[in-house]
Write a protein that binds this ligand. Structure first.
Ligand code: SF4
Ligand code: SF4
Length: 118
């Protein structure tokens, strides 16, 4: 689901419009109006609009596969207590990349076992 803005909380500051790397929003700062979600299909769920909205007016429902990574849209900006979890997630991603690049199939250890048997 693309971002949703709570019209009762929004103060028309335009931060979400300015911060969005995908230009999902349309906003005219001369008009006192809630930004429009003009290009929802362009959203890549980075969570920047959720984190940076000063009124907590933006919510985002992530597609299920994205729930396996620690997204700021779900959990807020990482604090010191989250650093170990983020490090483990980064190590896990790197290990997948390393194993996938060994044989190009993503099969990781299976490739090594086949080579051992030759
Ligand atoms: S950042 Fe929040 S308060 Fe500001 S325009 Fe966007 S939704 Fe409204
Ligand atoms: S989650 Fe990221 S890409 Fe999607 S609307 Fe917000 S700032 Fe833009």
């Amino acid at each position: 689901m693309p971002p949703v803005i709570d019209k009762d909380l929004c103060n028309y500051c335009g931060i979400c419009y300015n911060i969005c790397p995908q230009d999902v929003f349309i906003f005219d700062k001369k008009q006192k109006q809630v930004p429009a979600i003009a290009y929802p299909q362009e959203c890549w769920y980075c969570g920047a609009c959720v984190v940076d909205c000063p009124r907590g007016a933006v919510s985002l429902n992530l597609p299920l596969p994205l729930h396996i990574v620690p997204s700021p849209a779900l959990y807020g900006p990482p604090g010191p207590e989250d650093s170990e979890a983020l490090k483990r997630a980064a190590d896990f991603s790197r290990s997948i990349e390393r194993n996938s690049s060994k044989d190009g199939t993503g099969s990781g250890n299976n490739s090594g076992q086949a080579e051992d048997g030759l």
